[in-house]
Design a protein around this ligand. Sequence first.
Ligand SMILES: [Zn+2]
Length: 223
Amino acid sequence: MIRGIKIITQPFLPISTYHGLISGKIGTHAKLNLYIAMLQRELSLYSNDFLTILPIQEILLVSSLKYNDETWQGIPVFGEGILALEIETDDTSKPMDIMYRRRVFHHELFHMFAYGFTNGQNAFKYQLKYKTFLFNWKNLNPPIFQYSTNPIVRLNEKKLHGFVNDYCYTSIDEDMAEVFSYMMSFPGCNKWMENDKIVEEKVNLMSMFLQEYFFVDYQKCLG
Ligand SMILES: [Zn+2]
């Protein structure tokens, strides 16, 4: 258990969920230990108020994680309280890229957090605040911009101001999760915001939301 969340290191795979099948392998002892140490540190960044919204009961640690036979780094299983995370790929000789894994963790955590506002037990307290937050976020985007999963549209677009990478064009959920993941894990984030006013405003908006209602100060996370 870490912060009330069960950490499953030997999941009985494959696991069938409502939308699909989680498969993979049991992680090696060394990689599991590294990953658990990381989880301990990363979960300590969040307040109890944040955790009451987070609908996660179990974190599954899996090597070479797959969802419906496709490779994934993280799978939030909404409505079932499960977050599956990949701790290593098939090539176990590679060192673990801890910075990357940290960012994936916070990205997936944000998806669960966001899901908590519409379905969580304590969500009713924050629903209006969360709606306003989404509305204000969308308003920061360039006027003609629309989120799109169409890869052709995305490839034809030049890198747009206001987005930390082109994956953010996909949807507001991915845009927010990406910004959040950088804020919580990437020490160069502040410097890099200086070149993009919209990204800076998105970070400020996210930061205000987290601090005001959940007492999470991302600046303290970037030590
Ligand atoms: Zn995502």
